[in-house]
Ligand binder design. Structure first.
Ligand code: AMP
Ligand code: MG
Length: 469
């Protein structure tokens, strides 16, 4: 196997990370390998036994420079002074076929100096959950880390639920720079490191950005796009802590995330999110909160603190309008309007209000809007019909409204009950449901009458997802 590594993070000062090799596992078994992504990364992998060894952490590939990254972060609003890759190891970076630098990282590959009390491992369920959902998000047009490989370790690990099969995910990211990567140096007063990191982030992600405030502005714009994209597919991240907030604007660190079936602004799945901090409709606020933490770190780099705080505050205060604009773009397309006006917000909001009152299925209601059957999603059909009349009036003169809707409204998303069924089957050794989901979610906008489009029956509903990853 040849991976064309070109490592830049390992060339940063050694205060940024600790070099550490993955810990070998007993009986690796390759469960999934993303050949298309491997091709994109320039990885040639003729020997699948070696692929299995490398993505199990049993063999360090040539020119890899394995390391665990240091970071800190606010978890549910409380600052944790040291986190870092407790169970992830960056093998290195490649320049992909689009000339973009990408990280290749093992997750669940053993303990590191940042493991704290943890075992450095991941169990099969969350590994396959991240594999399926991150690849589906990519196909849905949402910026995200990708999944390159999943390997079962042949070792059982202890979680709240008992002993569970271990697994390792190999993920690919534009980088693993987080808000928390900036916070750790800012909180320690390590201004030289903070400056180096800022320059590195600008060069890697936002070469046009001018200085720390330019970086802040660019990251805020990307976060605004990301949150709107999440909301447009009914996605709830569940743990938007600052250590899980990527500087590149990709969705990262899939944990107890889920897609909503019936629509509700207050929807929460994560069993540990007791205060509903990261509820569906609170995600814009939390993205802003995270950006305020990034701003707090970056301000330290500027000599004139008063001026810097003023500028950073203005950048953060611009976010609601940015998110609103991105939200309008995404949701207007969902109702067939590719060139929205501000007044369209009321029409969109009117539909969402009806859906919330009625408990209508988010995905299927939008998907049905281009057909005569959308009213079937509601019990209060008169209320929907009234909305549909306004909608028809607005879109009557819009060319391609149907095509716009069908391109913005997926037919299938990774419904939580299907993901859970897939995990149960895989735990029992049956990967067929995983393969089926991967096939369906690779083309989420093509029409099919698959039962994967059906909402869960009452008995199938999975109301909560667990963080015991
Ligand atoms: P997460 O909630 O997965 O984003 O993880 C939060 C922090 O806990 C990160 O620093 C992780 O590296 C660390 N962590 C999570 N699970 C484990 C584990 N099993 N062993 C060691 N560290 C872990
Ligand atoms: Mg994390």
């Amino acid at each position: 196997m040849h991976i064309p590594f070109d490592n830049s993070y390992a060339a940063l000062p050694d205060t940024f990370y600790t070099r550490v090799n993955p810990t070998s596992v007993k009986a690796p078994k390759l469960l999934a390998f993303n050949k298309n992504l491997a091709d994109e990364l320039g990885i040639s992998a003729p020997d699948m036994d070696q692929v299995q060894r490398v993505f199990a952490g049993n063999e360090v590939p040539q020119y890899a420079d394995p390391l665990a990254q240091l970071y800190s972060g606010h978890q549910f609003g409380n600052y944790n002074a040291q986190l870092g890759d407790g169970r992830a190891i960056l093998l290195g970076e490649v320049i992909d076929s689009n000339n973009l630098r990408r990280d290749i990282q093992l997750k669940g590959s053993g303990r590191t100096p940042y493991s704290r009390g943890g075992d450095g491992r991941a169990w099969l369920g969350p590994v396959l959950r991240e594999y399926v959902i991150s690849e589906a998000m990519h196909a849905l047009g949402v910026p995200t880390t990708r999944a390159l490989a999943a390997v079962a370790t042949g070792e059982d690990i202890l979680r709240e639920q008992g002993m569970l099969p271990g697994a390792i995910l190999t993920r690919v990211a534009s980088s693993h720079l987080r808000v928390g990567t900036f916070q750790v140096f800012a909180h320690r007063g390590q201004t030289a490191e903070l400056k180096t990191l800022t320059e590195y982030a600008i060069a890697r992600h936002y070469p046009d950005a001018n200085g720390p405030m330019g970086l802040l502005r660019a990251v805020c714009a990307k976060q605004a796009e990301l949150i709107a994209a999440w909301m447009s597919v009914g996605f709830i991240h569940g743990v938007m802590n600052t250590d899980n907030c990527s500087i590149s604007g990709e969705t990262i660190d899939y944990g107890p995330c889920a897609f909503t079936d019936d629509f509700h602004m207050g929807r929460v799945f994560s069993s540990i999110d007791q205060q509903a901090r990261y509820a569906y409709g609170n995600q814009p606020n939390m993205a802003m909160w995270n950006m305020a933490q990034l701003a707090t770190a970056l301000v330290q780099l500027l000599d004139d603190k008063d001026a810097a705080v003023e500028e950073a505050t203005a950048i953060i205060h611009a976010m609601p309008d940015q998110i609103e604009a991105e939200w309008l773009k995404r949701f207007a397309a969902k109702i067939g309007i590719s060139d929205p006006e501000v007044e369209d917000t009321d029409l969109i909001q009117g539909l969402l209000n009806l859906m919330q009152e009625d408990g209508a299925d988010f995905t299927n209601t939008f998907r049905a809007l281009s057909t005569p059957n959308a009213r079937d999603q509601f019990t209060d059909r008169a209320a929907f019909d009234a909305w549909a009349q306004n909608h028809a009036a607005r879109t009557a003169s819009v060319p391609d409204a149907t095509a716009t809707m069908n391109a913005a409204n997926p037919a299938v998303i990774p419904r939580n009950h299907r993901v859970e069924q897939m995990i149960q089957a895989a735990t029992a050794g049956d990967m067929a449901p995983f393969e089926r989901l991967m096939k369906a979610f690779a083309a989420p906008y093509s029409l099919d009458d698959s039962d994967l489009a059906k909402p869960p029956t009452r008995a199938e509903i999975i109301p909560a997802t667990f963080c015991g990853t």
